[in-house]
Design a protein around this ligand. Structure first.
Ligand code: CP3
Length: 354
């Protein structure tokens, strides 16, 4: 089993899975599919096991993490599992006073806005998140050849929660800090890069086969500002895990104008939302990268025929790509009918079988 093999090595079969082959831009037996937020509120079995357990507490229980991570794999036959956690878990683990409020998102008690506030951010050690090591071990054993994707929030998206104190539409305080005190901003992002890199390393060393960096809110920035004020920190994260040789996926929402830079930051796979067709996204990203995406998650509320028409358009736009992983353009919406997701996986597998 995975537990008998040296750290960081993969179980037989995993390396040749359709998902990892597509990440490496190798020929695939079918286009692999997984969904961002595939674990979670769209599944009744998730709501059942989560009953009465706060979100962050659920993330620290290895058996529960294992069960929740496996639920969408069993139900939908997706090509990869994504580790059940949240982007704020490593911040909580280093002692930042924060919580995830149902229907709201992460809320931070003492927002970071001054140099003194930086003291809240200490380095993350593997011991801070021993439950992650344990859960990834349980999962890789259960998953067999099916790959497990580890993930983390990118420095900008984490900074947005830390500086605003919670979810934000316009990121006013974040941008005020970024433009008003570039040195403090750079120091904040650099610390977050180290924490993020350490968190990804824990997941990879425990057996994760790929990692995704979620920079969900970075589409709020113009390219020049991204390049100057954010890309150095995200690039540091990607560099820090480069030697493991596991595919690195980079995703954000509303990033049409940033797609080239998201690749340049050091990703092997660039995640694309539904606003840019994949053939155009490939031109923007350039050669040497696979793409992931990009069905609008709201399409799943339409009748089956419409879902298949729109999914077919995604596959047609992806036909000339070097490597394509089918996904939604953002996470599964909580009210999505899980059967629509199961049917979508089957549609993509059948239509792309080679
Ligand atoms: O299946 C998976 O994709 C793994 C699970 C996962 C969660 N959070 C679980 C979760 C992942 C990948 C995340 C990442 C995450 N968390 C991101 C990046 C992805 C994205 O959507 O852009 C962001 C921005 C967050 C912050 C966050 N956490 C938000 C905005 C929310 C939703 C708040 C709400 O209730 O509407 C959360 C909470 C959260 N994270 C839930 C889950 C399943 C819902 C809480 C619950 O079930 O009680």
């Amino acid at each position: 089993s995975a537990n008998d093999s040296p750290e960081g090595t993969q179980q037989t079969g995993t390396h040749d899975s359709a998902f990892l082959r597509a990440c490496r831009r190798e020929p695939v037996p079918h286009t692999p599919v997984w969904f961002m937020r595939q674990a979670g509120r769209s599944l009744p079995e998730y709501r059942k096991v989560r009953e009465g357990i706060p979100m962050l507490e659920s993330c620290a229980r290895p058996e529960l993490v294992t069960e929740i991570t496996l639920q969408p794999v069993r139900r939908h036959d997706v090509d990869a599992a994504i580790y059940y956690s949240d982007i704020v878990v490593p911040l909580k683990a280093i002692g930042i006073d924060l919580d995830i409020k149902p229907g709201v998102g992460p809320v931070v008690a003492n927002p970071i806005r001054s140099r003194a506030d930086l003291a809240q951010l200490r380095d993350l050690t593997p011991e801070d998140v021993s439950y992650v090591t344990e859960a990834v071990g349980l999962l890789t054993a259960e998953l067999g050849p099916k790959p497990l994707i580890g993930f983390a929030g990118a420095p900008f998206t984490l900074a947005s929660y830390l500086v605003e104190g919670g979810p934000s539409r316009n990121h006013e305080n974040t941008k005020a800090l970024m433009y008003g005190d570039p040195q403090l901003w750079a120091d904040l992002l650099d610390r977050l890069a180290d924490i993020t890199a350490a968190f990804l390393k824990v997941q990879i060393e425990a057996g994760a086969s790929a990692v995704q960096l979620f920079d969900s809110w970075v589409g709020a920035l113009a390219p020049a500002d991204y390049r100057r004020s954010v890309m150095p920190a995200s690039a540091k994260v990607f560099r820090a895990v480069a030697d493991y040789g596991v595919p690195r996926i980079h995703f954000g929402v509303g990033t049409g104008e940033l797609l080239g830079l998201l690749g340049e930051a050091g990703a092997d796979v660039v995640g694309v939302d539904w606003r840019v067709p994949l053939d155009e996204a490939a031109r923007r990203v350039g050669p040497g990268k696979a793409l992931q995406g990009n069905l609008d998650p709201a399409v799943l509320f339409a009748p089956r025929e419409a879902v298949e028409t729109k999914a077919g358009e995604v596959l047609d736009a992806a036909a000339g790509l070097e490597g394509h992983i089918f996904n939604l353009g953002h996470g599964v919406l909580p009210n999505t009918d899980p059967d629509a997701l199961t049917r979508l996986v089957e549609y993509v597998h059948t239509r792309t079988a080679r």
